[in-house]
Design a protein around this ligand. Structure first.
Ligand code: GDR
Length: 331
């Protein structure tokens, strides 16, 4: 989205022995090829290596920093609590420090999360107390308060976007929505027989990620930094997600889904539902509904396997955003 607005974009990338840029390859310009120059630059770095962050701030001199990096898997955070605290919690402080020490005037966006609310009663808004239920949520809560602290102590433009779950065809394959849509397509193709899941009763407020990116951008352009809840105001169970995804291709998920306790969390977050009144008053209102979201993700996963899709998701994208392929190329 920033590229389509004419920004020069610098991203941080972790070194790995395998390719790990699959979700941005379509944007990247081969420096040895011909064609238009794309204003996207990648730099090696790591949230656990402060030097790489100070170097990056010094070399790039950013105007806006969107801090979306984290160990972001809630279940995995129970297996790696210390690592999660280091990367997801302290990593935020390290970027804030790199900005402060360099005297940067950059605006800073922190990817805060509905996981902060944990076991707080729904609906949740900016005034709801935080009751985190995982090492991930506890690390994000520390980061949230560091952002507020840097805002108040050093007068930095530092904003917390408290985003509820946001999904798209680019969602990582181990998060429940994508795990389901990918498996449903794969089952229809005859490539997979079973799908193993954990708790089907938890409720989430799921929205369409490109619209949440618009919200992040909006929060960085307004006059004052702050803490803002972004969500649809509608919650559904994992079970309902299964109904929509498998129902869309006329399959009954009960024939394929099995429960594997390894996907249970030692402490679960049962019910997240946004009260997005404040964001709505600022003019942000999502257009894609729960059903539309599932269909967009299903169409993309069917297409990825070369299967014909019912096309309802494509129709929604074309109607709302102009071009089905925009989720791949621009937003
Ligand atoms: P969440 O997303 O924990 O809400 O955090 P996730 O998709 O992992 O889980 C949603 C709910 O589905 C249940 N569930 C399963 N989850 C996974 N991953 N795999 C399964 O097999 C499965 N079966 C049932 C979970 O128990 C849970 O209740 C996401 C992340 O992107 C965070 O980084 C972000 O902060 C929040 O959303 C907002």
């Amino acid at each position: 989205m920033l590229l389509s607005k004419g920004y020069e974009v610098h991203g941080m990338i972790r070194r790995a022995s395998t390719f790990n840029t699959g979700r941005i390859d379509h944007l990247y310009h081969d420096p040895h090829g011909n064609g238009d120059k794309v204003n996207l630059y990648l730099h090696y770095g790591d949230l656990s290596a402060p030097q790489s962050l100070t170097d990056l701030v010094y070399n790039v001199q950013p105007d806006e920093v969107y801090h979306l990096a984290a160990q972001s898997h809630v279940r995995v955070s129970f297996d790696m609590p210390e690592y999660t605290g280091d990367v997801t919690g302290l990593g935020t402080t390290r970027i804030l420090e790199a900005l402060r020490r360099s005297g940067s005037k950059a605006r800073f966006y922190q990817a805060s999360t509905s996981e902060l609310f944990g076991s707080a009663n729904p609906p949740q808004n900016e005034d709801t107390p935080f009751l985190p239920r995982s090492p991930y949520a506890a690390a994000k809560m520390y980061a949230y308060w560091m952002v507020r602290n840097y805002r108040e102590a050093y007068n930095m433009f530092a904003t917390n976007g408290i985003l509820f779950n946001h999904e798209s065809p680019r969602r990582g394959e181990t998060f429940v929505t994508r795990k389901i849509t990918r498996a449903a397509a794969s089952i229809l193709a005859g490539r997979q027989k079973n799908l193993y899941l954990g708790n089907l009763d938890s409720k989430r407020d799921w929205g369409y990620a490109p619209e949440y990116v618009e919200a992040m951008y909006m929060l960085m352009q307004i006059d004052q930094p702050g803490d803002f809840v972004i969500g649809t105001g509608e919650a559904h169970t994992v079970r309902e997600f299964l109904d929509e995804a498998f129902g869309y291709i006329n399959l009954d998920w009960h024939d394929y889904v099995h429960i594997d306790p390894r996907y249970f969390r030692p402490t679960e977050v049962d019910y997240l539902l946004a009260d997005p009144t404040r964001a709505n008053q600022m003019g942000w209102k999502p257009r894609v509904t729960f059903r539309g979201l599932v269909r967009i993700m299903m169409d993309a996963d069917l297409e990825a396997l070369g299967l014909p899709s019912p096309g309802e998701g494509k129709r929604i994208i074309n109607e709302q955003f102009g071009d089905w392929h925009c989720w791949e190329h621009q937003i």
